[in-house]
Design a protein around this ligand. Structure first.
Ligand code: NAD
Ligand code: TYD
Length: 343
């Protein structure tokens, strides 16, 4: 089979490319990626010369380029990871999120309609469900939870999900959607909580925790997410949504303290800063459906996954040093330079 993986030079997409090449060597993997600030070709260097892998630098919003690729490759499956993915950036500049996350999804699905496809898979997020209150630990997001978004990012992802279901109903496009909780692991761009805290701590820089740090996220090791998507594209039912999450809820402040302790850094580096606008309090996935239908369960315990992740950042300094020495510094100064410090 030929599988187009969009956004394969980013965090989860690259992990998925590695997973597929390792576990399905008979398949041909085509990575379509625009290489935005979040895409990194050096990540894919180990597989670049593999005969069943091809990298194509293009924009999923570029209809001509996408159609050309479909004409050349006749893909059986498209897995769409390509997105603008950072909530804080979406608060600053929403429009690019609408362009890539919504229009890009429509262009990809139009190509699927025009050239035919066995499966179009949309990689979505638990953030489309909005947030849960901290005082109701009994509540979880199921696939039936209404979409109720908070940020321009989650709104753009929810819009894309609605379009995917509309293409299924209207054009009978064979689609699936997965909605995953927060991922962590290797190749995570250091603008997101866990890699940002690891990188800052290694430089003895302040660790900027938004507000009191009591917000809860449901963390899943990236390889477990990749395995879940692999199952959904092969065995998932067409037209269905699958939630992916590992019942691993953690408060931000506890994660940051854990990182300090693991790196032997003082917790006094933790700096409480002005909160994110519209900050979601708690995400928590109920993964019963994917467990019952596809037998998926997370395999990596958080204690092991975070140790492996910290170890990866310690041993791949050149990967993230290259990132933070470039345009990232302007981003960091803009987002954190004038941010009020809470006392
Ligand atoms: P990322 O920001 O690390 O990577 C995104 C990739 O998409 C980059 O390689 C970038 O170059 C590429 N890209 C961006 N715009 C493009 C365009 N117009 N055309 C082609 N390529 C483009 O993101 P990630 O964290 O790996 O997330 C991947 C997907 O998973 C996203 O759709 C995101 O919404 C979803 N998701 C992420 C998480 C998480 O915790 N990171 C959780 C659930 C769902
Ligand atoms: P993030 O990694 O941006 O993922 P998401 O917002 O998609 O869940 O943030 C995870 C949590 O960490 C979120 O509650 C915001 C918080 N956070 C901080 O406290 N400080 C930071 O510098 C960042 C980037 C995030």
């Amino acid at each position: 089979m030929t599988i187009i993986v969009t956004g394969g030079a980013g965090f989860i997409g690259s992990n998925f490319v590695f997973h597929m090449l390792k576990n399905h060597p008979e398949d041909r993997i085509i990575c379509l990626d625009k290489l935005t600030y979040a895409g990194n070709l050096s990540t894919l260097a180990p597989v670049m010369n593999q005969s069943n892998f091809r990298f194509v630098k293009d924009d999923i919003c570029d209809r001509e380029a996408v159609y050309r690729l479909f004409e050349e490759e006749h893909p059986d499956i498209v897995v769409n990871f390509a997105a603008e993915s950072h909530v804080d950036r979406s608060i600053e500049t929403p429009e690019i999120f609408l362009q890539t996350n919504i229009i890009g999804t429509a262009v990809l699905m139009d190509a699927c309609r025009k050239y035919g496809i066995r499966r179009y898979h949309q990689v979505s997020t638990d953030e489309v469900y909005g947030d849960l209150p901290l005082d109701r630990p009994d509540l979880f997001f199921t696939e039936e939870t209404p979409i109720h978004t908070s940020s321009p990012y989650s709104s753009s992802k929810a819009s894309a999900d609605l379009l995917v279901m509309a293409y299924h109903r209207t054009y009978e496009l064979p689609v699936t959607i997965s909605r995953c909780s927060n991922n962590y692991g290797p190749y995570h761009f250091p603008e997101k909580l866990i890699p940002l805290m690891i990188v800052n701590a290694l430089h003895d820089k302040p660790l900027p925790v938004y507000g009191e740090g009591l917000n809860v996220r449901d963390w899943l090791y990236v390889e477990d997410h990749c395995k879940a998507i692999d199952l959904v594209i092969h065995n998932g039912r067409v037209g269905e949504v699958y939630n992916i999450g590992g019942h691993n809820e953690m408060r931000n402040i506890d994660i940051v303290k854990l990182i300090c302790n693991a790196l032997g850094k003082p917790e006094s580096l933790i700096t409480h800063v002005a909160d994110r606008k519209g900050h979601d309090m708690r995400y928590a996935i109920d993964p019963t459906k994917i467990h019952n239908e596809l037998g998926w369960l997370p395999e990596t315990k958080f204690a092991d996954g975070i140790e492996q992740t910290i170890d990866w950042y310690l041993h791949h300094q050149e990967w993230w040093e290259t990132i933070i020495s470039g345009e990232y510094q302007n981003y960091y100064d803009k987002m954190y330079g004038n941010r009020a410090v809470l006392v």
